[in-house]
Write a protein that binds this ligand. Structure first.
Ligand code: NAD
Length: 267
């Protein structure tokens, strides 16, 4: 028997849709299971799906996600509220494919503390200094690449390339490419200080390590989560071996979504 869970943005429309979806799904004999769902319906926006992803990141191999947008068209939340009935019938009949997108592994090591912090990002991880200019040595595959000075650095997944990374001039990367992209935030570039200045796209099995030069405390974001990490020795990024699974009920090519979101919705 198929088990489902629903994550709502918790506004009036999203909660109303959640109740409707539950009625439909229960009517089709599906069972609500908030701990071990086979499918998670996110109702709200992309941010709601990011929350759902982190809530169920302990069972990514077993759970598939699908998003309904109650605001504007999202990248993860691409179903309209008016399509709810159609969607529920397809879920009940298991008429969907599963597509997988790459994720980002983030490891934060500390100078004194032995245990590292491990995170998985669906969109990106950003690093900023809490007060001063961020100064970090950037290592690629154990070789020193550059000394970055500026506002911050962002490492994004392919599906996160249309989010924060895009606002920083990053390339839009198709999610079928297991890769990660490093973008700069306002780097200082003059005759004394130099960074590459372009976004870098790294393939799977490559490693990017950031090592503090000045000040050991950093604001690190993992998608919507922001935390101050103290006494940091290094921050490591690599393409994760884990992947997120989305339930696909109809073709909605990535480039079509890019066009509908950023260019126009006309043919
Ligand atoms: P939120 O849910 O309000 O999201 C902010 C905006 O980002 C929304 O319009 C959302 O639709 C969009 N978005 C999220 N993921 C996307 C994706 N993969 N592709 C295209 N658009 C996407 O806010 P939140 O819950 O705090 O979400 C955190 C996300 O906000 C972060 O992962 C980051 O990508 C994004 N963000 C963007 C900027 C920026 O564009 N300057 C700055 C900070 C954070």
């Amino acid at each position: 028997m198929m088990k489902y869970a629903i994550q709502s943005r918790n506004d009036k429309l999203s909660n109303q849709l959640m109740d409707e979806a539950m009625d439909y799904l229960n009517g089709f004999g599906l069972v609500q299971d908030r701990e071990e769902p086979d499918i998670v319906l996110s109702i709200g926006g992309d941010g709601t799906l990011l929350h759902a992803f982190h809530k169920y990141s302990y069972r990514l191999k077993e759970t598939a996600f699908v998003g309904i947008h109650t605001g504007h068209l999202g990248f993860y939340a691409d179903w309209k509220p008016s399509e709810l009935e159609k969607l529920v019938i397809s879920i009940a009949r298991k008429e969907y494919d599963v597509i997988e997108y790459p994720l980002l592994d983030v490891t934060i090591n500390y100078r004194e503390k032995k245990e590292s912090s491990l995170y998985l990002a669906l969109n990106e991880s950003s690093v900023k200094s809490p007060e001063v200019t961020l100064v970090m040595d950037v290592e690629l595959n154990h070789n020193h690449f550059e000394r970055f000075r500026g506002d911050g650095l962002v490492m994004s997944t392919p599906s996160g390339s249309t989010a924060y990374s895009k606002a920083l001039g990053g390339a839009v990367v198709h999610p079928s490419l297991p890769s990660m992209q490093l973008t700069e935030m306002a780097s200082i570039n003059n005759r004394v200080f130099r960074t590459v200045g372009s976004p870098l796209i790294l393939p799977a099995h490559h490693k990017c390590v950031l090592k503090p030069v000045k000040g050991p405390d950093f604001m690190v974001t993992i998608d919507h989560l922001q935390l101050l990490h103290k006494d940091v020795k290094s921050i490591e990024y690599k393409v994760s071996e884990e992947r997120v699974r989305f339930a696909r009920f109809r073709p909605f090519p990535f480039w079509r979504r890019v066009k509908d979101s950023f260019i126009d919705k006309n043919e």
